[in-house]
Every structure is written in C-alpha cells, then in structure tokens.
Design a protein around this ligand. Structure first.
Ligand code: C5P
Length: 377
C-alpha cells in the first residue's frame, strides 16, 4: 500500500484463525473475502472480479497445502478459485516447516507451478515457530515487496524475439544400459527458458536428459547425445535471434558403443573416447548479428579460461562460474555468475537464484540485441 498499490485481501479459513479479517479490511480499506459465496459488492461475482481486475496475485504466506492445491488446480475456497480463474501473474512466498518444504511432494508441486509460470519468492533459513531450524521461513517483507514491484514492472521487452536454449547434460552411450555423462541438472538452462518466456520471447528449448518439467509455452526438443543436440541446434540456429548455450555437453563419447550389454569379464576395461563436436563453437562462427551466449564452468584461473573461450567460440557474452564454490554451479538452485562481454567488460554478479541469474542474463542480451539492431526499443 505504501508503494501506491490498491490491495485486496483474500484469506483462507485457516488464516482467519491467526488474524482477523476485520484487521486486514481496516488496514487496506477494502473488504476481505474468505468464502466463495462472500459477495461484498452486490451484482458482482467476487471471485471472477478479483481474478480479472488484479494486476498481480501474491500468496503470502503460502502453506504446503495451498501450494499443493494450486498445483492440482483445485478450487475449493475463494483463494484457489481466484488463482484458477486469473490470467494475472501469481507470486508465491512459501512459509512452512523445513521438512514440509523439502518434502518431495511439495518440491514436485513447486516444479509444476514454476513450469506454468508461477514465480516463487523462496523461503529463507531460520528458526520456525515450532522450534525447528532450516529452510522454510517466509522471505523478509522488503524482499517480497521488491519481487512484486519487479514483476509489475517487467514488460514483454523480448516480445517475439526467438530464443534458442540448450540445457542439461548429454548422455553418451557405452552400451545399451550405460553412458558417459555429467552431473548437470539443467536448472540454469530451464530458468533461462522460463525467464525468456516471461519476457514475451518465442523459446525453443533443446534439452538433454533431466528430471525437470519444461516451462509451458516453450517448444521442447529432447535429445540424449551431443551429436543429437548438435543436429537439433543446427536445425534451429538459422531461425533464432539469440542462442544461449547452457547445456553441459560431454566433450567426448565412446568411440564404438557396444550393441549389447558388456559383461564383467576382466580386471581392466579401457574405453576409447572420441571428441564430440563443439556445438556452440561451430554455429557461432556464422552468427551474423545474432546474440550468442555461452556458459563456462571453471575450477581454476576462471576469468582467463572464460575469456579465451569467449574469443575462440566467437561469443558476445560468456557467463562463468566457479563450480568448486558452494552454492554455485551444478545441481543447486543458486549461482554466482560473472558476465564477460566481447567488448572486455567484466561484471561480477552476487549470489542469487538461477531464475534471477537468468533475468540478469536476458537484460544483457536485450541490450546487445538493441545495439546490433536486431531489436527495436
Ligand atoms: O569449452 P567448454 O565446454 O567449457 O564451453 C562451454 C560452453 O560451450 C557452454 O556454453 C556449452 O554449452 C558449450 N559447448 C557446446 N558444445 C560442446 C561443448 C561445450 O555447445 N561440445
């Protein structure tokens, strides 16, 4: 309200046990609705009006139960009915016991909702009301307010821009049941695809094997091997404006995959590997005025190696991270990136969620598209 927004409060029945609707009605100057059949304004169907007239819906604090109901599309109270009837962006700030937050059921629901474009203001680490300590404490109020402001300000500033993204690892077969691969989760590439969609881009996501749900609205091409990813990228590169290569492509593959499962037969087994094509390095040689972005996961001499890759692969930007640092790199939800531009600029970013990293990256991409004349403001 202090930022000048009109706030209308919808409460679940459980919420009314903790705080009275009258308090929130007095604070917001608007009626508070709880029941689906509450009709504070005669002649108007409250849940449809609230769903259609809102610029944004913030669910804070969101319980495990409400997150599950949202994921399933249940509409068994006023809040979930509005959430199902709205086209407005939905932001969710979870608050729950750490065991409930990390439970696979809750995490699966979060993933489902993220894929549908719902955004989460992740809980923080702290001591809960029950005395347990862990991840599950609702984000601080200024963080929530900032997320709301940013979401409201975000425009479709990449409307119609065709973004090609690679994500995840590649699996290089040894025999029908074994492969050479790596620990990439695909989270960074999926976050880039998700963010690009939210900015209005047309997204093609070429993904290696991951456990993630692809964002709704992306055109998804699933591949296993580097060779298949190479072919899919070559087929799509011509028609893209931006190529963001977030996949952790295996550099080598077994030279001759076995047609049948290899049995345990000797004390040693030597596997002969042969180099895979450098997907990014190959297509970027003919990039024209497309914007091409690479990632570099390094462990030593980070900036030096990244700069060398940027030049050799003809990139506009490389996002580099130190995979030996905690909370940065493979598998996690956060990353600490440094952006290195072809013009020599080096911009270190603080530790942030992969989704926020994606936002920063897309902002840089947009500036480069404008500079190259591939996008008009
Ligand atoms: O050379 P390096 O593998 O460290 O470069 C990483 C960047 O190159 C990433 O953007 C990755 O997606 C891309 N890459 C590729 N094809 C390969 C190897 C890496 O597109 N065979």
């Amino acid at each position: 309200m202090r930022a000048g927004h009109t706030v209308r409060v919808v409460m679940t029945h459980s919420a009314t046990r903790l705080i009275s609707p009258a308090t929130l009605a007095a604070l917001t100057g608007n009626p508070v609705v709880v029941d689906v059949f509450d009709e504070p304004e005669p002649g108007q169907i409250a849940h449809i009006r609230l769903a259609q007239d809102s610029d944004l819906i913030l669910i804070a604090p969101a319980t495990a139960h409400t997150i599950a109901r949202l994921a399933l599309g249940l509409a068994d109270d006023m809040l979930t009915t509005i959430a199902l009837a709205t086209r407005a962006p939905i932001l969710v700030a979870p608050a729950m016991n750490p065991a409930m937050w990390t439970h696979p059921a809750t995490q699966a629901h979060v993933q489902t909702l993220r894929a549908r474009g719902v955004e989460f203001i992740d809980p923080t680490y702290g001591v809960m009301a029950c005395g347990d300590e862990g991840w599950g404490k609702i984000a601080d109020t200024p963080v929530i307010v900032q997320a709301v402001q940013q979401r409201l300000q975000r425009t479709h500033d990449l409307q119609g821009v065709r973004v090609l993204v690679t994500a995840g690892p590649t699996y290089e077969p040894i025999d029908p049941v074994r492969f050479v691969g790596n620990r990439s989760s695909g989270k960074m590439g999926y976050a880039v695809a998700e963010a690009a969609l939210a900015h209005g881009a047309v997204v093609r996501l070429i993904t290696g094997p991951t456990a993630l749900t692809p964002p709704v609205g992306a055109e998804v091409v699933r591949v296993q091997t580097a060779q298949q990813m190479f072919e899919a990228v070559q087929a799509a590169f011509e028609a893209c404006d931006v190529f963001i290569a977030a996949a952790a492509v295996a550099d080598y593959r077994p030279e001759r995959p076995l047609p049948t499962k290899r049995k345990r037969q000797s004390q040693h087994w030597t596997l002969r590997l042969v180099a895979n094509p450098d997907i990014l390095g190959t297509v970027a040689q003919h990039k024209g005025n497309r914007v091409v972005v690479g990632f570099a996961a390094e462990t030593d001499n980070i900036l030096h190696h990244a700069q060398e890759k940027l030049m050799r692969k003809n990139l506009d930007l490389i996002a580099v991270n130190n995979v030996l640092e905690p909370e940065s790199g493979f598998e996690g939800d956060t990353n600490r990136l440094t952006l290195i531009y072809a013009d020599g600029r080096v911009v270190p970013l603080p530790l942030m969620s992969k989704r926020d990293c994606a936002e920063q990256l897309l902002q840089a991409v947009r500036e480069m598209l404008l500079r190259k004349g591939r996008l008009t403001a």
